[in-house]
Design a protein around this ligand. Structure first.
Ligand SMILES: *Cc1c(COP(=O)(O)O)cnc(C)c1O
Length: 473
């Protein structure tokens, strides 16, 4: 047996590469990353590809190790080239972000050290770091110092955590589900619907509150609907507000909604996944007035803080409610609960073992400081306002004046179908590839969306977009 153990040890030791091997891999990966970043001007934002990464199947997982050069070539050809390049400053589709380089440094160190920041006992410093980031965001939105939350993988999971917490905090049992009423507008992000289903609330009643011409909830209609539902013996439960909708970047009248929620004992959740970090700017913070009246907020550092994909956050006023929904004990965890000076993420989230995702955010804020983030956010708003003005000079029709950094626009041709015409513009922009635009449909009308949120988007990219649009129409 000992001989067999020793023989296996010789093979398994390959999992711990020697120093020389490590430096070769490190420098090759670093070189790849540097080339990616240095080449940005030649990068296209969208690459129309024949194979769409299919050749990755010709590069099988095998017993035998492969050289890093071959592995990275496969990555480059199949993964990092075809279709959308969300790291590009020409990315104006969906919700961009970019992915600041310091995220990679944080992830690299988190992976090398593999600290376990899920439980205070294991890594008190890491838990304090994550809680410090959450308190920093809670402070930004105007929550009290007792508020906390959890760093999630993204906005969808943040919204899910808020919904399950609200369900439990409001004492909703399965027998109540079909009498529960949920209030939102048709512009709320679809991940909330998904979360409601996951949270077992598929059979609850959803009321779509009418919106004004800026696609914002009309508070008076909300009040009337709640009153009617109460009179009919239903259980008004939660109201959702958006602090930056995905379609148009609209911010609902949060203060009025917050007051109505309080008067009627409803949970008030704000989806600020896209717009939340604009609150860093004193100039734009006032448009979020009333956000502090909410019970919970979803916010995405991988959008408004430009971090690479994989970090969202749920912020919650009543930390205990988050705890009551998510904590659990188990015999095999008995050593872990003795020392907690600061709440453990494992007690505030469905996750137990988790990525130490706080480090990427902490190291980014520490190495760069907050000032450039704030400046970039203000720059994005102004770039969007600039685009909104300039695109009209080219003869395009525009949607509502943007609250944040998303504008919608379309060209109405003298003859022919406007929807088809604008679809063709988007298709041709994709063929060109230097920039990327996505679209939406509002009340049956096809609109092109212009979403500015990559830290790499500056005046140059916006002017390029305008030149291309001019040429196309
Ligand atoms: C992006 C987004 C979400 C979903 O967040 P993910 O991080 O993509 O899971 C939810 N709501 C809004 C408003 C968003 O923009």
């Amino acid at each position: 047996m000992v001989n067999r153990i020793k023989a296996l040890e010789v093979i398994s030791q390959k999992l711990e590469p020697l120093g020389s091997q490590r430096s070769h891999w490190n420098s090759t990966v670093q070189n790849y990353a540097d080339n990616f970043l240095d080449d940005f001007n030649q990068h296209t934002t969208y690459v129309v590809s024949e194979t769409m990464g299919k050749e990755i199947y010709d590069f099988p997982i095998e017993e035998k190790a492969k050289p890093i050069e071959e592995v990275l070539k496969c990555l480059k050809d199949n993964v990092d080239t075809p279709n959308l390049n969300p790291a590009s400053g020409g990315h104006f589709g969906y919700i961009p972000g970019g992915g600041v380089f310091t995220t990679a440094l944080g992830d690299y160190l988190a992976a090398v050290t593999n600290r376990y920041a899920g439980i205070f006992f294991a890594c008190p410093g890491g838990v304090r770091m994550e809680n410090m980031l959450l308190r920093w965001m809670c402070n930004m939105v105007g929550y009290p110092s007792s508020a906390l939350g959890n760093l999630t993988s993204g906005g969808s999971i943040a919204n899910l955590s808020a919904i399950t917490t609200a369900r439990d905090a409001m004492g909703i049992k399965s027998k109540d589900i079909d009498r529960c009423v949920i209030y939102m507008t048709g512009q709320l992000h679809h991940c909330v619907q998904k979360s409601l289903r996951i949270a077992g609330m598929r059979e609850s009643i959803v009321r779509y509150i009418p919106m004004d011409e800026h696609y914002k909830m009309i508070p008076n209609k909300l009040s009337l609907q709640i009153a009617e539902d109460k009179a009919n013996g239903l259980l008004p439960f939660i109201v959702f507000g958006s602090a930056g909708t995905t379609d148009t970047g609209a911010i609902d009248p949060l203060e009025s909604i917050g007051i109505i929620a309080k008067e009627n004992d409803l949970w008030f959740h704000v989806d600020a996944a896209y717009g939340g970090f604009f609150m860093l700017s004193d100039t734009y913070k006032p448009v979020f007035k009333g956000v502090e009246l909410s019970d919970s907020i979803a916010i995405d550092p991988h959008k408004g803080l430009f971090l690479s994909y994989g970090i969202g956050a749920i912020l919650i006023k009543n930390t205990k409610a988050l705890y009551q929904t998510h904590h659990y004990t188990a015999n095999y965890m008995q050593d872990a609960f003795t020392l907690d000076e600061d709440p453990s993420p494992a007690d505030l989230s469905p996750e137990l073992t988790k990525h130490f995702r706080g480090l990427r955010m902490w190291i980014s804020l520490q190495l760069l400081g907050v000032a450039p983030f704030r400046a970039a956010l203000e720059e994005k708003i102004l770039l969007c306002q600039y685009f909104y003005k300039e695109v009209q000079k080219l003869g395009f029709e525009v949607g509502p004046e943007p609250d944040l950094s998303i504008a919608i626009f379309r060209y109405v041709p003298k003859i022919g179908n406007a929807n088809t015409f604008n679809q063709r513009i988007v298709a041709q922009i994709m063929q060109d590839g230097r920039i990327f635009l996505s679209s939406t449909t509002l009340d049956g009308v096809y609109w092109i969306r212009f979403a500015v949120l990559s830290f790499r988007t500056h005046l140059e990219q916006v002017d390029l977009a305008l030149r291309l649009l001019k040429k196309l129409v």
